[in-house]
Design a binder for this molecule. Structure first.
Ligand SMILES: Nc1ncnc2c1ncn2[C@@H]1O[C@H](COP(=O)(O)OP(=O)(O)O)[C@@H](O)[C@H]1O
Ligand SMILES: CC(=O)OP(=O)(O)O
Ligand SMILES: [Mg+2]
Length: 455
């Protein structure tokens, strides 16, 4: 057993590194802090994040939340030219930690790492030589993610050798997806040999959202049917039936499904061979988050597509503000690239909400928005809510929709029971529209502290 009482949670996203430090508590906390009502056994000490890693200069934020960490009130924000990737981002964090907080690295017992692709792992795993190599092996299938996480894992082993590193996988939550949903219609012998199937991602977020919404609705999670939209730099949708993942929009890799900051999402697979005649050639981009070599096709679709290539920015807030949403001229999307991106996102989201509604046979308790865009974009939520009304979802409450982006509540309802009109086959469920402030770092740390075998 490691000594110390602290848990460091590290979330290597495609363009960001989010870092949260917690202390372990012996029992459930009554008031774990804003928005953290979900069976918390950890207390927040400090939060840091490095964003824009792939679009320098990176933005570094560092905030000490708990006075026992020494320097209470530290709330720092800076642009750092020297941050070029996740490893240099983590090194910068360690320097600032030493400078601003009276935390000794030896006090950290566990380091929880979000690892996006976990292949067939069905639970978190302690990082040792074997698991490190397996994660490395899976890097090809998550070119923006696994390599970046490994560089941070490597730095932790070097700088904090006494702490135990554990990998928590995005894929674990989706292990319940049935074979006919997870399989692709290709030669099954090849598919099985090479592991070519839908794995699904953002699972730590979906697990958090499920538990938080169950608590909010005062229902056991095993009884809930939800459609959850995790909309961030990478975006995905998930159909949850009786508390288990039934389907999700990402696939073998995090490229499929919804478009993202630099990702195309689902396209006709033949498109890439018409787009370039170098699709299968290997390329290496030294500025990329991951150091994994990928094909030109993967590079184009993962790093040179999505909002960035359509509009010049990865910030969906900026895209929304320039989208001229008040203009109802049908040709506006042809003239305004931001409107094209906004309307495209709404359209693709509806593809999944509509299909998941049918897969859940209309028995849906809630449509939940999460992730940086889902939690902040009042306008996107409004557009989607307008369209799902037709299948019996509750009516959007404009004031609550505005308030949702600012509230500290973990789960916030933004709909009201409108006319009470019922849709045939839609069951007796209320179909609320909710916003959940998801937290992957918390999900990992809380899971770690609640696992008695670790302490
Ligand atoms: N006010 C806003 N409206 C819409 N989107 C926003 C707003 N503020 C930030 N975002 C989006 O949130 C994204 C970050 O979401 P997040 O879930 O933190 O991403 P990730 O974890 O994948 O890096 C940014 O890329 C930006 O597009
Ligand atoms: C899986 C994935 O796309 O993660 P993120 O949105 O954090 O990049
Ligand atoms: Mg993320």
């Amino acid at each position: 057993m490691p000594s110390g009482n602290l848990i460091l949670s590290l979330n290597s996203g495609s363009s960001s590194l989010k870092i949260t430090l917690y202390s372990r508590c012996d029992s459930l906390i009554q008031d774990p802090g804003p928005g953290k009502g979900s069976d918390a056994c950890v207390k927040l000490i400090l939060n840091a994040s490095i964003s824009n890693i792939t679009a320098p200069p990176a933005k570094f934020k560092f905030k000490v939340e708990d006075s026992s960490a020494g320097s209470s009130g530290v709330d720092k924000e800076e642009s750092v030219e020297a941050i070029k990737d996740h490893a240099t981002a983590f090194a910068h964090f360690l320097r600032r930690l030493e400078e601003f907080a009276s935390i000794q690295p030896e006090e950290v017992a566990y380091i929880c790492h979000r690892v996006v692709h976990g292949g067939n792992y069905s639970k978190p795993v302690i990082i040792d030589k074997e698991s490190y190599e397996e994660i490395e092996h899976l890097s090809d299938l998550a070119p923006l993610h696994n390599g970046a996480a490994l560089s941070v894992i490597h730095a932790c082993i070097e700088k904090m050798p006494k702490a135990v590193s554990i990998a928590y996988f995005d894929t674990t939550f989706h292990r319940s997806i049935p074979a006919h949903v997870a399989s692709y219609p290709i030669d099954q012998e090849i598919a099985k040999r090479k592991g070519l199937k839908k794995y699904g991602f953002h699972g730590l977020s979906y697990a958090y959202v499920l538990r938080a919404v169950a608590k909010h609705l005062q229902r056991p999670s095993e009884s809930l049917n939800l459609i959850v939209l995790h909309l961030g730099s990478g975006a995905s949708a998930c159909a949850i039936k009786n508390g288990l993942s039934l389907d999700t929009s990402m696939g073998l890799t995090p490229l499929n499904g919804l478009p993202g900051a630099t990702r195309s999402g689902a396209i006709d697979p033949s498109l890439i061979f018409h787009y370039t005649n170098r699709a299968g050639k290997i390329t290496h981009d030294p500025s990329a988050a991951s150091k994994v070599d990928v094909t030109v096709a993967e590079d184009i679709l993962n790093r040179r597509a999505g909002w960035k290539v359509l509009t010049g920015t990865t910030d969906f807030g900026v895209i929304t503000s320039k989208a001229e949403l008040e203009d109802s001229d049908p040709s506006i999307a042809e003239r305004n690239p931001c409107r094209l991106a906004f309307d495209m996102f709404t359209d693709r989201i509806l593809n999944y909400v509509g299909s998941y509604f049918l897969k859940l046979e209309g028995e849906v308790d809630g449509l939940v928005f999460a992730g940086g865009i889902g939690e902040r974009s009042v306008q996107l939520r409004e557009k989607v809510a307008e369209r799902v009304r037709t299948v019996g979802f509750e009516v959007l409450d404009q004031e609550r929709n505005q308030a949702a982006s600012k509230t500290g509540d973990e789960v916030f309802k933004i709909s009201v029971d409108g006319t009470g009109r019922s849709v045939p086959g839609a069951g007796g469920r209320k179909k609320e529209i909710l916003v959940c402030h998801t937290d992957e770092q918390f999900e990992m740390a809380n899971n770690c502290t609640r696992d008695d075998s670790r302490w």
